[in-house]
Design a protein around this ligand. Structure first.
Ligand SMILES: *Cc1c(COP(=O)(O)O)cnc(C)c1O
Length: 423
């Protein structure tokens, strides 16, 4: 690798890309003093995204996590009724959740006193495995809520999951934080469950620097979310409260940034797709594959390009709770070696989301794989040893630099570095 020089400017995983309109809308908010959680920018982003995604109502919130919290709370009240003031809406109830995902998918379940039960992942989409979900309903037939994420912009088999949910009278909260613009049979993610959530966090496909959105077809629920997210005031001349509220509304300044980004969503998807295709081509001679995207039923948004190393090409790698070790071997590599190499050359990769059932905080929670079995007990990758799917993808996979400002020349260097890792 002697002839390759570290990047002078860091090549990032995914960073915000501004286009100019954003500052115009922020400026407008400033000059008209609409520097609050009310204003034209908020109205416009709600209107535009509801139309784009194909839902009747969109409510702009402070973050994707806030959207998930409120969606999960709404689902809980719909299923189990209004809780005592000091109790969560899911107190005493299990909830089926995606396992390989960001912790923000499942944390809100616990905010409402619920107990996440983790459903194993499938190789086809790297999302919740419908077969494991069916197994979970055999084991816990009383569960009535499913929280499912569309990882890295690749939709889950949501139609199959909906069928299963219907059979068991369960509701679905769709975590489309990473998948804005991705669709399943022409229906946008976020419009496929009972409630949808998206995020405008700084590294997402479009951003407000922060922010999120709740999606529904129910006017009643949309109004409820507007009320809850602004401290749950009743319609009275004074501050009157019959419900617990939150300060979760999006700011009109943030909404200005989102408003300026919306016209560029399709461009960003095209850029991300080109990055994905370039990696795919560049890796053709390597024993690796790109992250899958449900070919035949789904259109991804290609938010992050990821790769997974074939089992036979994995060198030995062990991960503890805080660090990792590996033994380099000719013809083989592992995520740790690749991530360390990228970092050395000033590029940012990232491990696959560590499965929730492997997280110390959730260690006592149930985990259901499609054979009905529980968790694997090892952090070590030993070729041929079967583990659950989530752990296997975590062990062999990684996220590649996917910034839409990365140049083809920079990406070629990344590809070359990864080829070197296998030499
Ligand atoms: C980013 C993300 C969230 C949280 O969104 P924020 O806007 O950062 O609160 C939730 N779930 C997934 C899968 C995410 O990637």
């Amino acid at each position: 690798m002697q002839d390759i020089k570290p990047f002078q400017n860091k090549v990032w995983l995914a960073t915000p890309t501004m286009h100019g309109d954003e500052i115009k809308y922020v400026q407008e908010a400033y000059e008209t003093n609409w520097m609050s959680t009310v204003g034209e920018n908020i109205n416009k982003v709600e209107e535009q995204l509801a139309r784009y995604i194909g839902v009747r109502y969109a409510v702009a919130l402070a973050s994707g996590t806030a959207a998930l919290h409120i969606a999960i709370k709404l689902a809980g009240e719909r299923l189990y009724g209004k809780p005592q003031v000091s109790q969560g809406a899911l107190a005493g109830h299990k909830v089926f959740c995606s396992d390989v995902t960001f912790s923000a998918t499942v944390n809100p379940v616990t905010y409402e006193g619920g107990e996440p039960v983790f459903i194993d992942t499938e190789y086809d989409t790297w999302n919740m495995d419908p077969e494991a979900l069916e197994k979970a309903f055999e084991i816990y037939p009383d569960v009535r809520l499913i929280v499912v994420a569309h990882l890295y912009g690749s939709p889950a088999k949501i139609l199959k999951i909906k069928e299963i949910a219907k059979k068991h009278n369960a509701l679905i909260v769709e975590d489309a934080a990473e998948s804005l613009g991705a669709s399943v049979r022409q229906i946008q993610t976020g419009a496929l469950g009972d409630y949808g959530c998206i995020s405008f966090n700084g590294n997402k496909i479009i951003t407000g620097s922060s922010g999120g959105m709740f999606l529904t077809n129910s006017e009643h629920d949309a109004n409820k979310v507007r009320k809850w997210s602004t401290q749950a005031r009743e319609n009275a001349p004074w501050y009157q409260h019959e419900e617990i509220g939150y300060n979760y509304r999006m700011s009109n300044v943030i909404a200005g940034v989102v408003r300026g980004q919306i016209p560029y969503l399709e461009d960003h998807i095209e850029q991300k797709k080109a990055i994905y295709e370039r990696y795919k081509e560049g890796f053709e001679s390597l024993p690796v594959r790109m992250n899958p995207y449900g070919e035949g039923f789904a259109n991804p948004n290609y938010w992050l390009s990821c790769m997974i190393i074939n089992p036979e090409a994995m060198c030995k790698q062990v991960r503890g709770e805080q660090d990792a070790l590996y033994i380099s071997e000719p013809g083989k590599s592992c995520p740790t070696e690749i991530l360390e190499t990228l970092a050395k050359y000033n590029a940012e990769g990232r491990p696959i989301w560590k499965p929730m059932h492997m997280q110390p905080i959730f260690r006592n929670h149930a985990f259901i794989a499609k054979d009905g079995n529980g968790r694997a007990n090892t952090n070590a990758y030993i070729a041929g040893e079967s583990t659950d799917v989530g752990v296997d993808i975590f062990n062999r996979g990684l996220c590649l630099p996917s910034d839409n400002k990365m140049t083809p020349a920079e990406q070629d260097v990344i590809i070359k570095l990864i080829h070197e890792c296998f030499k």
